[in-house]
Design a protein around this ligand. Structure first.
Ligand SMILES: Cc1cc2nc3c(=O)[nH]c(=O)nc-3n(C[C@H](O)[C@H](O)[C@H](O)COP(=O)(O)OP(=O)(O)OC[C@H]3O[C@@H](n4cnc5c(N)ncnc54)[C@H](O)[C@@H]3O)c2cc1C
Length: 379
């Protein structure tokens, strides 16, 4: 296996680093504190082509593949996981769903706006009572002539308030039937469609997470993505790709936490020596670096397979499972290396620690990834 960094990946990494230093680093702790989702920064990232990384150029996107996509998310997340999470949700979920399952008219209508971040995208699968068990969802759409009337609520939706358009998967058939759900694309401002409560979160605080509420929301049948009854199966396919982006997010956070801890360990003196000279600290750094390398290989392998059109159901789950757990372990050791200073907001260690935890939960918890992996092996 040969995974060489391409010229495009290098260019993207440089561009994201420069952008992050100028537009994200100076403000990110303020956004974190106030839970502000920085829409303007998101739009600027759109101008750089980072909000339509996988969208073909004919629809206004950058036309890159998964390797470039992973690089962009990882580099961004090294700086700020919140922006990395929002980028991943916008690209993989809302935009990715329309790209994979929209008809030509829907693609022409939405992709150019989403790829440039003129519009922000949201994607609603989770409901208050059905997260891991999403197939059991209760938000329902009932047909009324050429229209469908939606009632119910989605929760934990990234960009639920700021999103200009949302792809939502709702029940159109029997509970328990995996072909009893349908995906609709719905624009902000549609009567009966609104954002609810915004979550107050442990980490990823600059990435907006809210409820979506549907009260007799009438949507035309032209707003269906693909066919009636395909929504859940589509969502699982969207998540296969999306999990690669959460692996990239995890990788970036782990790399950021590691680099901060490495630098600090060389500067911080105790017993008249840098703490990196103690084997107890040096071995932590060795473990962190080794696990990051392994997470990186799994993530880029899944990305490479996805680029080649292979089924990545198992590999994306493995990459997401491993990279997210590594992210949490590395961020935890990062705080430990910073000692008491790691517990304060004067250093970045505590933010990596808070942000990393989302990675083992969003787009399917670690337990659900093990379910996906074991099912793929045992079938
Ligand atoms: C910041 C954030 C952003 C999000 N963004 C979005 C979004 O944009 N769109 C969207 O649709 N959703 C989004 N989510 C929702 C996310 O995907 C769910 O939170 C996640 O899938 C888990 O669902 P749950 O929270 O209901 O937990 P539950 O499903 O209630 O799980 C609780 C615990 O039980 C375990 N568990 C459940 N079932 C099993 C099982 N069969 N075997 C073993 N263990 C099990 C879980 O692993 C977990 O540990 C977001 C969540 C967060 C926190």
């Amino acid at each position: 296996m040969e995974l060489k960094t391409t010229e495009n990946q290098r260019m993207i990494a440089d561009m994201v680093r420069d952008f992050g230093a100028k537009h994200i680093k100076p403000k990110m702790m303020e956004w974190d504190e106030s839970q502000e989702f920085p829409v303007e920064v998101f739009k600027k990232l759109g101008e750089l082509g980072l909000m339509g990384v996988l969208v073909p150029t004919e629809y206004g996107g950058s036309g890159f593949g998964y390797l470039e996509y992973v690089t962009a998310i990882a580099e961004l997340s090294k700086i700020d996981g919140s922006i990395g999470l929002s980028m991943a949700a916008h690209n993989s979920l809302c935009t990715g769903h329309i790209l994979q399952f929209g008809n030509e008219e829907q693609k022409k209508k939405y992709l150019p706006k989403l790829a440039t971040a003129e519009w922000i995208g949201a994607w609603g699968l989770t409901e208050p009572n059905t997260g891991s068990d999403a197939g059991n969802m209760r938000t329902v759409a009932v047909q009324d002539g050429d229209y469908w009337v939606i009632n119910g609520a989605k929760n934990f939706i990234t960009h639920g308030k700021s999103g200009n358009v949302a792809v939502v998967i709702v029940r159109t058939g029997e509970v328990g039937d995996s072909h009893g759900m349908t995906a609709f694309v719905i624009e902000k401002g549609t009567e009966g469609f609104s954002a609810g409560r915004k979550e107050d979160k442990l980490g990823m605080r600059a990435s907006e997470t809210t409820e979506l509420i549907f009260q007799d929301c009438r949507v035309h049948k032209d707003q269906i993505l693909g066919e009636v009854g395909e929504g859940f199966v589509q969502a699982m396919k969207v998540l296969d790709g999306g999990r690669i982006s959460i692996a990239a997010l995890s990788l970036g956070i782990a790399q950021g936490a590691f680099e901060a801890a490495l630098a600090y360990s060389k500067e911080r003196q105790q017993f008249n020596k840098p703490i990196s000279s103690f084997q107890g600290i040096a071995f932590k750094l060795a473990d962190m670096a080794t696990e990051i390398e392994a997470a990186s290989l799994l993530t880029y392998q899944a990305a490479d397979m996805k680029n080649r059109g292979l089924n990545v159901n198992k590999e994306s789950a493995m990459a997401k499972l491993y990279a997210s757990e590594v992210s949490v372990r590395v961020a935890n050791e990062g705080v430990q290396i910073f000692g008491g200073y790691g517990f304060t907001k004067d250093y970045p260690a505590e933010k990596y620690y808070r942000d990393a935890k989302l990675c083992t939960i969003g787009e399917g918890t670690s337990e659900i990834q093990k379910l996906v992996i074991s099912r793929a092996m045992l079938k």
